[in-house]
Design a protein around this ligand. Structure first.
Ligand code: AMP
Length: 125
């Protein structure tokens, strides 16, 4: 999967078009935030731009300044809305094969609600 060629049939594109539902947390002209369907933390939401971007690099290269500002503003707004700023949270954006990206529409996972431990546990020998 190329990280700059966007597939309009991906599941998040279908959510943005309203073809399938999501459990919405927040929305603005340029972003949508909804609960992850398979949460891996007590709070686990996905923040996505509405534009057709595969990855953070694609977004940084191709999105307008207005879209980019709106995206970072949305992440911050959602953290405040979910009341996780004080206790803390984790932002993750899985990218490409090694990053285990499954949905090829840019998204940031915001996970919170418990102590999440290290980003990656050491490999067992
Ligand atoms: P990744 O691309 O590896 O960052 O993972 C994609 C994420 O999207 C996973 O955490 C899935 O649980 C989540 N996901 C997939 N389909 C849906 C959906 N229809 N609604 C909400 N979350 C979804």
């Amino acid at each position: 999967m190329s990280l700059s060629v966007y597939d309009e049939t991906n599941i998040f594109a279908r959510i943005i078009r309203g073809e399938i539902p999501c459990n919405k947390v927040d929305e603005c002209d340029h972003t949508l935030t909804f609960h992850d369907i398979s949460p891996r933390a007590p709070i686990h939401v996905l923040v996505i731009p509405k534009g057709p971007y595969v990855s953070l690099e694609h977004f940084a290269d191709a999105a307008s300044a207005e879209e980019q500002i709106a995206y970072f503003a949305a992440i911050s707004r959602v953290a405040k809305m979910l009341n996780v700023s004080e206790d803390g949270y984790r932002l993750t954006s899985n990218t490409g094969h090694n990053g285990f990206q499954e949905v090829f529409h840019l998204h940031v996972h915001l996970m919170a609600g418990e102590h999440l431990g290290p980003v990656r546990l050491p490999k067992q020998s």
